[in-house]
Write a protein of this length. Structure first.
Length: 254
C-alpha cells in the first residue's frame, strides 16, 4: 500500500511524496522546489529514488537539479518535453506503463496546458496525479495546446473510474469553486461540496485530494458535452469543444 504525503511549496503548489514501505522506495512528483522535500526526507530518514515531472513549468521542475545532486535519483519525465527538461533518465509516452515507487502506473498524455503534459494513473491504488490538467472544480489554462486538445485531454481523464482519487498540482480550489457557483448556482451537490471546501480552507487545510466521480457532476470543465448543463448556463455552441472554450474564456476573465 502506497502512502501519499502532501508537501506545500511556493505560493500554492503541491508536491507529492510517495512512499512504498514494503519495497523501501520513495518518489516525488513535481518538486517545484527542493528544500521542503529534503526536509521531509531528512525527518523520515528516507532516500529519494525517483523524481517524476508532469510538465516543464518551473514551478513543477524547479527542485529537480538540487534533488538530483543530493540523492542521484532517477528522473522520469514526458518524452514530448525532452527539450524543456534536463537530466531525464526515463522518458515516458502516452499509454506506456512505468513503475513509480514500485507501483504500476499508466501514463496519459494530456496536451493543452503544455503540449507535452502527462498525467500518471495508478489503477491498483485508484489514484491520479493530474498536474496542471485537471484541478478540483477547474482545469489548467490552455497555454501551448488548442482548446480542442485540452477538451479531449479532460475527456480522457473523465473516462477513469468514479472511485479515482485525484491529486492535482495547485490549491486553486476556492477560486474555482467561486466560478463554478457563479455559472451554476442550482447544483445541490456543488453547494454541499462548496461548504466542505470553505471549511477546509478556513482551517488552512488542503482541499486535495478529491473524488473523480463527484467531480464529473460538479466541475463545469468536465461537462461541456452535457446538454442540460450547457443549456442551463447559456453556453450552447456547435460542439462540446467550442462550449468548453467558452467556459474556459469565461473563467480566464472571471
Ligand atoms: Fe503548469
Amino acid at each position: 500500500m502506497l502512502k501519499i504525503f502532501i508537501i506545500n511549496a511556493l505560493s500554492d503548489n503541491y508536491i507529492y511524496l510517495l512512499r512504498n514501505e514494503q519495497k523501501n522506495l520513495t518518489s516525488v512528483i513535481d518538486p517545484g522546489e527542493a528544500e521542503p522535500v529534503i526536509k521531509f526526507l531528512n525527518d523520515e530518514n528516507w532516500h529519494l529514488d525517483e523524481i517524476i515531472n508532469t510538465h516543464h513549468h518551473n514551478d513543477h521542475i524547479g527542485g529537480n537539479d538540487k534533488l538530483l545532486s543530493v540523492y542521484k535519483s532517477k528522473l522520469i519525465a514526458p518524452s514530448y518535453e525532452k527539450n524543456r527538461i534536463s537530466n531525464v533518465d526515463i522518458f515516458v509516452s502516452d499509454n506506456e506503463n512505468v513503475n513509480i515507487a514500485g507501483v504500476s502506473t499508466n501514463v496519459i498524455h494530456t496536451p493543452g496546458h503544455t503540449l507535452g503534459h502527462v498525467c500518471f494513473y495508478m489503477p491498483k491504488e485508484k489514484c491520479l496525479f493530474s498536474g496542471d490538467t485537471l484541478f478540483y472544480l477547474g482545469c489548467g489554462r490552455v497555454f501551448e495546446g488548442t482548446i480542442g486538445q485540452m477538451w479531449l485531454s479532460l475527456v480522457k481523464l473523465r473516462s477513469l473510474p468514479d472511485e479515482t482519487t485525484v491529486y492535482c498540482g495547485h490549491e486553486y480550489t476556492l477560486s474555482n469553486m467561486k466560478f463554478a457557483n457563479y455559472i451554476e448556482s442550482n447544483n445541490p451537490l456543488l453547494n454541499k461540496v462548496s461548504l466542505d471546501i470553505k471549511n477546509k480552507r478556513e482551517k488552512g487545510l488542503p482541499t486535495i485530494p478529491f473524488n473523480l466521480g463527484i467531480e464529473k457532476k460538479i466541475n463545469p470543465f468536465l461537462r461541456a458535452d452535457d446538454d442540460d448543463f450547457i443549456q442551463s448556463v447559456g453556453l450552447r455552441t456547435n460542439n462540446a469543444s467550442e462550449s468548453f472554450g467558452k467556459i474556459r474564456l469565461k473563467k480566464d476573465n472571471f
